[in-house]
Write a protein that binds this ligand. Structure first.
Ligand code: SF4
Length: 295
C-alpha cells in the first residue's frame, strides 16, 4: 500500500496550552498507546512515507516521544532517512528536548506577536512565560543542535494583526529561523468554536501577508503562507484514535480507521488527498538542508 509521501501524525490531543484558535484534536481524546504508535510507524515505513510531522495536542507530553522520533527517523530501505518534524508549543523543559532533538530534521515553533500582550491573548493557559520559553528553545537549537532546522509559525487572527508581521524583530541574527510560515487561522475544532470573534477574512489576511513579506525581506528569512482556500488535499492526518483525517472543501473529514482501512483494502490515498499539494505543502515548508528555500 503506497501512502501519501507526507503524513501528519497527531498521537495526542492533550495540551498544556488552550489557544483559542487551536485546530488540533480535542484535548480530552485519549492518547495513542506506545504499542499502537509503533504499529503506525511500521505502516508508514511500509507505505513509503518520506516525511512525518508529529503534532497534536502537545507531543512533548507523550512519555514515549523521543523513542517515537527515533523509530520514525530510522533510514528507509532506500538508505535515506525520512524527514521528521516536531511541531511543539515550546514549553517542554530543555532536559526533555535534549532527548528528542537528536532525532529531528526540523522543529516547528510558534510566535504570534512582537507584542507580549497580543501573544498572551492567543497562547493562553500556561503559567510559564510562553514567548520567553520559545525564544530560549530557539537559541538552544541554534547553538547546540545545528542539524535541526527551524520553522517559525505565526497564526494570524483578529487579535494579532499588528504584532504578527513583526515577530522576527524578537529574534537575534544568529537564531533566525530557516523558514517563517504565516497561517490564516483555520476554522476547525476549537478554531470553529471561536471563529466569530477571532477569525480573519481572506482580504484582511492578505493585508497582513503584505506586511509579513516586507518583514521577511528585511530579516532575510524565507516566508511561506498558508491560506485556508488552498488547504484542501494537502493533509493526511492520523489522529490519536488512528482515524485518518483529510481536508475537503476546507473542512476536516474523518475517513475511517487506518488499520481497518488497510485490512479491508479500502484506503486509496490518491482519492482523498491531492498528491502534488501534499508534496508542495510539506517540501515547500520543510525542504532538505541542501535545498535551501528561496527568499
Ligand atoms: S494550538 Fe497547539 S499549543 Fe495551542 S492548544 Fe492547540 S495544540 Fe496546544
Amino acid at each position: 500500500m503506497q501512502l501519501p509521501a507526507f503524513v501528519d501524525l497527531r498521537p495526542i490531543g492533550r495540551c498544556n496550552l488552550s489557544c483559542p484558535f487551536c485546530f488540533g484534536p480535542r484535548h480530552e481524546v485519549p492518547s495513542m498507546s506506545w504499542d499502537t504508535a509503533l504499529d503506525v510507524v511500521g505502516v508508514l515505513r511500509d507505505g513509503g512515507v518520506q516525511g512525518v510531522v508529529i503534532s497534536g495536542g502537545e507531543p512533548t507530553l507523550l512519555p514515549y516521544l523521543a523513542d517515537l522520533a527515533g523509530e520514525l527517523s530510522r533510514p528507509l530501505p532506500s538508505g535515506r532517512p525520512p524527514r521528521v518534524v516536531l511541531s511543539t508549543n515550546g514549553l517542554a523543559p530543555l532536559k526533555t528536548m535534549h532527548r528528542i532533538l537528536p532525532h529531528l530534521s526540523w522543529i516547528a515553533l510558534p510566535l504570534e506577536s512582537r507584542d507580549a500582550g497580543e501573544h498572551g491573548l492567543l497562547r493562553t493557559g500556561s503559567p510559564a512565560p510562553h514567548r520567553d520559553r520559545v525564544l530560549g528553545l530557539l537559541r538552544e537549537v541554534r547553538k547546540n543542535h545545528r542539524h535541526v532546522q527551524v520553522k517559525l509559525g505565526t497564526v494570524v487572527t483578529r487579535l494579532n494583526v499588528k504584532g504578527a508581521p513583526r515577530v522576527l524583530d524578537l529574534i537575534d541574527e544568529r537564531s533566525r529561523p530557516d523558514v517563517w510560515k504565516v497561517y490564516q487561522m483555520s476554522e476547525t475544532n476549537y478554531g470553529a468554536d471561536n471563529r466569530d470573534w477571532l477569525s480573519l477574512g481572506d482580504e484582511e489576511f492578505e493585508d497582513v501577508v503584505k506586511e509579513c513579506e516586507a518583514a521577511a525581506q528585511e530579516h532575510e528569512v524565507p516566508l511561506r503562507v498558508y491560506r485556508n482556500r488552498t488547504r484542501t488535499g494537502s493533509y493526511f492526518f492520523i489522529d490519536p484514535d488512528c482515524e485518518i483525517v483529510v481536508v475537503d472543501e476546507g473542512e476536516e473529514r474523518r475517513i475511517g480507521n487506518l488499520f481497518e482501512k488497510l485490512a479491508d483494502r479500502t484506503l486509496r490515498p490518491a482519492e482523498v488527498i491531492t498528491p502534488a499539494r501534499n508534496v508542495e505543502n510539506f517540501a515547500g515548508t520543510y525542504p532538505e538542508p541542501d535545498d535551501a528555500p528561496a527568499l
